[in-house]
Design a protein around this ligand. Sequence first.
Ligand code: GLU
Length: 309
Amino acid sequence: MLTPHGRFAPSPTGTLHLGNLRTALLAWLFARSQGARFLMRVEDLDTGRVRREYETAQLTDLAAIGLDWDGEVVRQSERLDHYAAAVEHLEAAGLLYPCFCTRREIRDAASAPHGALPEGAYPGTCRDLTAAERAARERAGRPPALRLRAGEARVAFEDRLLGRVEGVVDDLVVRRNDGAPAYNLAVVVDDAAQDIGEVVRGDDLAETTPRQLHLGRVLGAWAPGREPRFAHVPLVLGPDGARLAKRHGAVTLADRAAAGESAVQVRSRLAVSLGLATPGETPDMTTLLARFDPTRLPAAPAVLGEDLD
Ligand code: GLU
């Protein structure tokens, strides 16, 4: 039977805000309500933006709202060999090609329609360069990224909250041009290695899931019947309808603490927004677990100042 092991996978590039905390709480509730293990994975590959202080602050905040996790925290920066092995596997299968495009070139090229690909998808500029074209680009000195030949695969999955989601997979990057493994590759390698049975994360990531499923399949990452299931949860929005951000006011535990509100009180607010508590009540984690029913979660995003104070 598929293990429902869950995980939370924050990127330590800032302080967690109420939206991140709410997603983390949900990931914990999904896993624990099924008696599953809950793992913590720090996605710290973006060396330009990652800071160790953020990691410490994020883990402290997650514990402060009552989350616990099994085993040691896993850091992606300590797993580079695994990602390199996956890239080699794809390379050996002839599924990769170097891409010399700049962000700007991709943006300009991707704004024109390209068959079945969604807007903004990589249009395949470098896919079929001739040897001479490739050599000329190499001579120009810009190091290439590596992209997967995805063949515009159409991939669908049944999300626990969103229902059927379908996407056409573009030629995604698996190794960035600075040599770092790409987010999609690292996530797939790790979710498989950690035997994650259910991925619970913000619904802003739903669109990348067909890519991850396709990549996992071509990597042979999962034994038959062991692909993870997905539950993409609604985000928290600011009063202006934009995704929650610092500019929306007191959105972190530190901001709330400065205003005299404890982490447990913040958790209660999150619980109210999830229909798991009534305002003013401070249910403990066991009570929240007992009340949690994934089929009754609000489907719409929570708006700060309306659904979440
Ligand atoms: N590290 C990603 C983020 O913080 C989440 C990745 C995932 O949950 O798959 O947005």
